[in-house]
Write a protein that binds this ligand. Structure first.
Ligand code: F6R
Length: 619
């Protein structure tokens, strides 16, 4: 997690690095720090625990002291060592001439640290990163490649185990930055007479859209006019040049007070763009689909692996894929998948869903699946990230950058992409005729409209949410595709409002959780459609009666014109009527609004919930 950025060019580095950090702050906000090379053999550092604003405040009018045309910066999600000033990056080595920022975990740091300490090095922090700074300083001072920063960095990287993106600056080479990566992301931004390195393109998108994404075990040396990529392991460098297809406006708040709010309102477009170009008049087509129709036809089992919100989108996929293809689908938490010996083979399709494309648990699940010879299809929002790179095929969700830490528009985009996977499989296997696939796709194409219509009726839901802000807990119930919606509603509330929340399959309530119901407890119930799911609908009405009889305050999310439900709803939220399988695309929206609004009423920062980071690159 952690965000890192580096700049070298003709402009002052400090404001550009700080701007980059502001855009990367979603990756972690336990501390922030910056190092600037002053061009005269000096290296100046400022760092502060807490959010980036603390560093800004700390710099205050003293920012002139950090003048220089090359610099590196870091925004931290703490792993080794608490979120303190002393553990904030950059870390320095040797006599303070070399500074390093790091994203990831150096797994063998304890042994390396012990070696350094027994050789007399005094550690100044509790981090794994500081070890790298000392190793680099020592190699530069008197190793076999002394005085050659890239060669020293390569030698140090070869000693490291785990996941890392590193950027190093040395006072002796003031316009040069050296960066390296393994299992963590790193992109280069190629400007006019200036270069950037960063964890993701949003850090430099205001200055250049030309980028290079580094492959595994690669190292880049940037100067204002060049970016030279080599490999620090045996492999050939395999980098990828690309042009970012969104602009700085997409990474700004665009008039909304928070990124999350803006992203909630971008959902109709996220769904529309995810569908775009995936139907060619005769059938569903998937991009970068390196799995042919023949391979899809032989699939005999589908596993979906993902974490958190992406996992919930996978639960929705199960209902659609099983219904359309008659294939068995298992949905697994990526963190559990490879530890329980799942039965996989050449004809197993593993669908790995990840917004960031860098979630360590999902990445390891992908690697495990490929080792077992299964075929892996990634559903991902981040172009060229590690999970799609290591998969057999990829279907990109085109939701655009999501900065709010809680996933919103990417959830809807994932659900949409999963439907496309289901339809492509059904088409290849012939379980749905071309006409049926075309019909489903047409219905899906109308969903952006339904999502937009849902957003227009959320005003009263906000008022309701403010009333719920003082409840001790909220429960969420659903059946069928409403069950993952309930889980997602509870997750959003936990992560944003720090409130106890649970999602249940409504039928399961009577097997235990109903004991939780007490007078006034809010329970949010997603109703199945009375027309297309009449049996489930009537069972759900019974469930509502059961909880109402025990004092629950029922908040019912139902399809418009569902007259049967009103008598049982203490509060009714009406949604546009949509095909039953597609209901999560509209029903998730009130869940997002309720969580965001309760969190706001409780005075929390909804873009940066405590203890969380956007990309979870540790297992
Ligand atoms: C919740 C949330 C997380 C992510 C999870 C997976 O709002 O954002 O639960 O969904 O960490 O992340 P990705 O999709 O990047 O693999």
């Amino acid at each position: 997690m952690c965000g890192i950025v580096g700049y070298t060019g003709s402009r002052q580095a400090l404001p550009l690095v700080l701007e980059g950090l502001r855009r990367l702050e979603y990756r972690g906000y336990d501390s922030a720090g910056i190092a600037v090379l002053d061009g005269a053999g000096g290296l100046k550092i400022a760092k502060k625990a807490g959010v980036l604003a603390n560093l800004d405040g700390h710099l205050g009018s003293g920012s002139l002291a950090l003048a220089g045309r090359a610099g590196i910066g870091h925004t931290r999600w703490a792993t080794h060592g608490g979120p303190t000033d002393r553990n904030a990056h950059p870390h320095t080595g040797g006599s303070g001439k070399v500074a390093v920022v790091h994203n990831g975990i150096i797994e063998n740091f304890a042994a390396l640290r012990a070696d350094l300490e027994s050789a007399g090095t005094r550690m100044r922090s509790d981090t794994d990163t500081e070890v790298v700074a000392h190793l680099l300083a020592a190699a530069y001072r008197d190793g076999p490649t002394a005085g050659d920063l890239p060669a020293c960095m390569a030698a140090v990287c070869r000693k490291l185990e785990g996941a890392f993106t590193l950027v190093a600056a040395h006072a002796d080479v003031p316009s040069v930055l050296v960066a390296a990566r393994r299992n963590s992301p790193l992109v280069v931004g190629v400007g006019e007479g200036e270069m950037f390195v960063a964890s993701d393109v949003s850090a430099f998108i205001a200055h250049t859209r030309d980028a290079i994404e580094l492959g595994q075990d690669q190292l880049v040396v940037i100067t204002p006019d060049s970016a030279e990529i080599t490999s620090f392991a045996a492999a050939e460098p395999d980098f990828k040049r690309f042009r970012v297809d969104w602009d700085v406006a997409a990474a700004e708040k665009g008039g909304f007070s928070t990124f999350m709010e803006k992203e909630i309102f971008e959902q109709p477009v996220a769904v529309e763009r995810t569908l775009l170009g995936h139907f060619d008049g005769s059938g569903v087509v998937l991009d970068e689909q390196r799995l042919g129709v023949r391979e899809l036809r032989t699939v005999d089992k589908v596993y979906v692996v993902a974490c958190g919100t992406a996992y919930h989108s996978g639960l929705v996929a199960k209902y659609a894929i099983e219904h359309w293809t008659r294939l068995p689908v298992e949905v697994e938490l990526a963190s559990e998948f490879r530890y329980r010996d799942p039965v996989l083979g050449r004809d197993t399709l593993v669908v790995a869903i990840s917004q960031s494309g860098e979630t360590a648990d999902t990445l390891e699940a992908v690697r495990y699946a490929r080792r077992q010879r299964a075929r892996v299809l990634a559903v991902c929002n981040t172009n060229g990230s590690q999970i799609p790179r290591e998969s057999d095929a990829v279907l990109y969700t085109r939701a655009g950058p999501e900065v709010g830490v809680a996933a919103t528009k990417t959830f809807l985009a994932q659900v949409t992409a999963n439907y496309l996977v289901g339809l492509a499989l059904a088409q290849a296997r012939g379980t749905k005729s071309r006409g049926e696939v075309a019909w489903e796709y047409a219905a899906l194409s109308r969903m952006p409209e339904a999502v937009a219509a849902t957003l227009t009726v959320m005003g009263p839901v906000r008022d309701l949410a403010r009333e719920l802000a003082h409840s001790p807990a909220v429960l969420f119930l659903g059946r069928h595709v409403g069950y993952p919606v309930a889980l997602e509603g509870a997750l959003k509330l936990k992560e944003l409002a720090y409130m106890h929340a649970e999602g249940f399959a409504a039928g399961e309530l009577k097997h235990g959780p109903i004991a939780l119901i007490e007078n006034g407890l809010p329970v949010v119930v997603t109703m199945p459609s009375p027309k297309s799911r009449p049996i489930l609908h009537s069972k759900m009405l019974s469930n509502i009666r059961e909880i109402q009889a025990r004092g629950a305050r029922t908040i019912v999310v139902a399809e418009e014109f569902d007259d049967t439900v009103a008598p049982f709803a203490d509060y009714l939220i009406e949604l546009p009527r949509v095909p039953a399988l597609f209901q999560p695309l509209v029903a998730a929206i009130p869940m997002q609004i309720i969580a965001a609004e309760i969190a706001r009423s409780r005075g929390y920062d909804i873009d940066k919930p405590r203890n969380l980071a956007k990309s979870v690159t540790v297992e």
